[in-house]
Design a protein around this ligand. Structure first.
Ligand code: HEC
Length: 426
């Protein structure tokens, strides 16, 4: 705790200096200043950097000002070598380059105190927008151009959101796409709504598949860092009787579909996972395998033979569409479903719910850590769940609609993140 308070106090001191005359940029550090200070019960530190670390340690009978001596810290301060190692790892991930000569000199002179100003400058630089673009493009495996389809649309949007300092939620909720020149354009699915990176052919085509499962799974893995089944109090399972019989099964005996008896490698308790999975897959029911929106999609399992004489596969519908999990034809044809406990009309509203959920922010923190240190993110447990949950809480205590810069500053000034990263230095 102490070590962290000290680091944040450093942050406060430098932040105010750093932002004097910083121009039109709004400073998340100003906002951040109130959060850690509140946590430490020292309301004065935010306005007076020199008051820093004293307030929290003094009980009622503590001597007054000791002239700025540091309180004893539980943690050894970082050595300059550790700071250089840490920032050297972060520079490519955040600034898109290695440490400059001047930055190295600053680390040599200031040690730990160099962390905040360098992170601050990097996350305002164009390199940060490019790096965040790379991060999301890797997560979505979407880039380039094929068959006249622009797979750069998700990346373009991310770069615009970061470059313009827009809330990170915008990557899921933007009602526009962005072209290669950075201009706002309509997206390319033909749907009567937009949903950031999700309602793009670049997202929909690579993730197409039976029952639209892959589209749902990828969305959840990349933006909520969850798979199926997930916490039932977050994604409330839909009622059993809404599903086609195959997905109601909880035991092999209940399984009515011969092809499903093997459980597709995931076990016999279909309902356990697909009661959540099916809710999310439904948002994609009108997007065909070319990523185009077809308003008259039925979501019904296709019967009979395809044009090529082969029977339709389980989970597919007509016209390159895929089948719904739902039994009732009205339910099957509707994009209306449930996202994280809320009833929503379509993918756009689902994206809004997801982008305002704490899981979106713990997952963004996890993705940043994964991106910077080459760790597995998504549903992997390689990055501590408790850590990223705490980071998201810290971010959301400051603002309920943070930028990725806000999130990155919290994540990469976190004592545990720093100590874990420098532990790799032997
Ligand atoms: C542990 C959770 C879980 C259980 C239990 C489960 N599934 Fe799935 N199911 C998944 C996941 C995850 C996928 C993969 C989605 C993807 O990557 O496209 C999947 C994929 C599928 C697919 C698409 C397979 C393909 O090749 O396209 C079908 C159909 C399916 N499941 C049906 C069932 C049925 C029927 C049962 C019960 C017999 C069942 N699942 C049990 C999680 C589960």
């Amino acid at each position: 705790m102490r070590g962290k308070a000290a680091l944040l106090a450093i942050a406060l001191g430098l932040a105010s200096g750093c932002y004097d005359g910083a121009g039109e940029h709004t400073s998340p550090l100003e906002t951040f200043g109130t959060s850690p200070v509140d946590d430490d019960g020292d309301p004065t530190a935010g306005s007076d950097p020199t008051a820093g670390e004293d307030g929290e340690s003094s009980g009622g009978d503590a001597p007054a000002d000791d002239g700025g001596m540091d309180p004893p810290s539980e943690l050894e301060p970082l050595t300059n070598e550790q700071v250089r190692f840490y920032l050297g790892m972060l520079a490519p991930a955040l600034a898109g380059r290695s440490l400059s000569y001047d930055e190295n000199a600053r680390i040599q002179a200031e040690g730990e105190a160099a962390i905040i100003p360098l992170l601050d400058a990097w996350t305002l630089s164009p390199g940060f927008a490019d790096s965040m673009r790379d991060m999301v493009q890797n997560e979505l495996q979407a880039s380039g151009e094929r068959d006249g389809i622009d797979f750069e649309l998700p990346g373009n949007l991310v770069a615009q959101v970061v470059g313009d300092g827009l809330p990170w939620s915008t990557i899921l909720t933007a009602d526009y796409c962005v072209d290669a020149q950075g201009a706002m354009i309509e997206c390319d699915t033909g749907a009567p709504f937009e949903a950031g990176v999700l309602a793009t052919r670049a997202y929909l085509i690579p993730n197409k598949g039976r029952f639209n499962l892959t589209r749902a799974l990828r969305m959840l893995e990349v933006f909520a860092c969850r798979g199926y089944p997930m916490e039932p109090d977050v994604q409330i399972p839909l009622d059993k009787d809404i599903f086609i019989p195959m997905f109601q099964a909880q035991t092999p005996e209940e399984q009515t579909e011969e092809e499903a008896l093997g459980g597709f490698g995931n076990g016999a308790g279909c309902y356990t996972c697909h009661s959540q999975f099916g809710a999310h897959a439904q948002f994609f029911v009108k997007f065909d395998s070319d990523g185009l929106w077809q308003g008259d999609a039925t979501g019904l399992q296709a019967e009979g033979l395809q044009e090529n004489g082969q029977p339709y596969e389980l989970g597919t519908s007509y016209n390159g569409l895929n089948a719904s999990h739902f039994g009732d034809p009205l339910d099957a044809a509707s994009e209306q479903s449930q996202m994280f406990g809320e009833s929503v009309a379509n993918l756009r509203e689902a994206a809004e719910v997801m982008a305002s959920h704490p899981l979106f922010y713990s997952c963004a923190s996890k993705n940043l850590i994964g991106h910077a240190f080459g760790r597995e993110s998504g549903t992997s447990e390689e990055i501590d769940r408790a850590l990223v949950t705490a980071l998201a809480e810290e971010v959301l205590a400051v603002t309920d609609d943070p930028t990725i810069r806000d999130i990155a500053l919290i994540v990469f000034t976190n004592e545990e993140v720093i100590r874990t990263a420098v532990a790799g230095l032997e």
